[in-house]
Design a protein around this ligand. Structure first.
Ligand code: HEC
Length: 316
């Protein structure tokens, strides 16, 4: 029994070993297993209870055996029990690291001088300090070689690499997060699912003023290439998001629609251009020429009339 660790070390030790093993064995992704699978909490509770029960059983066995011992053996047993458990290895290590001389041996290192009774010990430098000092020298040499002799990646470079990586991650995120679109990033959504969603939004919010076929009523005709507030996906998105001119009746839809929904309905509006509505309202505003398409700006005046019919969906 001598030098056996006390229960308050044994129980936590076994508990954490089992806990660690469990986390190691159960694959729970980034999360801890006890969070990902709450049932494991129950398991750990059980383990703890079993450990405690085992301690209690051991203790009572010891108790029973003690009473069966003859008197002499009882005394011997009690003597070993009274020896308190000690961190012998830890003490040894501490002794090694500090290099302290035990008080009994201080006589060997005491120096000759004596200032009014104050005397000086000639202690060695503590080994922990000396080893650390050597370690810094080794570190210094490696550092010098790595960053000043061979071109190691310095902190400026490290910073730039991190920023570049973060930028990549942001771009990647934005690509997947369609809902983050704004006036600067909005593009024509050509996918059928987006256009279908756009059509549904248009039908439930916009037909009262623009008609189901976009021919116009209170609001302007959306099928012609003439736009009061500018054509193209960006301007249309802007108009839908921020609304038309004051007092005209076109409200700012950003209160009601999410950015993605506004992008979808903007795309849908663009696909209406060129359709022939049942009751078209007369064209209002300016002819919109998509500047991203080459050569459209330089069409001679004569052909412009003709072009009115042939301008197709303006996509950015
Ligand atoms: C209450 C009636 C009303 C509703 C509802 C309405 N609009 Fe409008 N819309 C207008 C009016 C009026 C204008 C003209 C604004 C102006 O002249 O400034 C307009 C302008 C527009 C324009 C710009 C047209 C141009 O020539 O520049 C677009 C695009 C548009 N609306 C899309 C929509 C969409 C999409 C919806 C549904 C989410 C919608 N509107 C709902 C009345 C409405």
């Amino acid at each position: 029994m001598k030098n056996m660790s006390p229960w308050w070390i044994r129980i936590p030790l076994f508990f954490f070993i089992i806990f660690g093993l469990m986390e190691y064995v159960i694959d729970s992704g980034d999360q801890l297993a006890i969070i990902a699978y709450p049932i494991t909490q129950l398991f750990l509770l059980l383990v703890l209870m079993i450990l405690i029960a085992m301690e209690l059983i051991l203790q009572s066995i010891e108790n029973v055996m003690f009473h069966t011992l003859p008197e002499k053996a009882k005394e011997r047993y009690l003597a070993t029990q009274s020896q308190t458990w000690e961190w012998t290895w830890a003490k040894k290590w501490y002794q090694k690291l500090t290099g302290n001389k035990p008080i009994e041996e201080e006589g060997e290192i005491i120096l000759d001088h004596n200032y009014d009774g104050i005397r000086e010990l000639d202690n060695d430098m503590p080994p922990w300090w000396v080893y650390m000092f050597y370690a810094t020298i080794v570190f210094g040499v490696i550092y010098l070689a790595r960053y000043h002799v061979f071109d190691g990646v310095g902190q400026n470079m490290e910073y730039e690499i991190e920023v570049a990586e973060a930028q990549l991650a942001i771009d990647e995120y934005k690509k997947n997060a369609k809902d983050l679109v704004d006036i600067n990033t909005v593009v024509f959504l050509a996918e059928a699912s987006d256009l279908k969603a756009g059509e549904a939004i248009f039908e439930s919010n916009c037909v009262a003023c623009h008609m189901a076929d976009g021919g116009g009523g209170i609001g302007p005709n959306l099928t012609d290439p003439y736009w009061i507030l500018g054509g193209g996906i960006k301007n249309i998105f802007q108009t839908i998001s921020e609304g038309g001119r004051d007092g005209k009746g076109m409200i700012a839809w950003k209160q009601t629609l999410k950015p993605l929904e506004m992008a979808q309905v903007s795309s849908y509006v663009l696909t209406m251009e060129g359709k022939v509505p049942a009751n078209p309202k007369e064209a209002q505003g300016e002819l919109w020429i998509d500047e991203t398409k080459p050569n459209q700006n330089v069409i001679p005046d004569g052909i412009k009339e003709q072009e009115k019919d042939t301008v197709t969906v303006a996509m950015n």
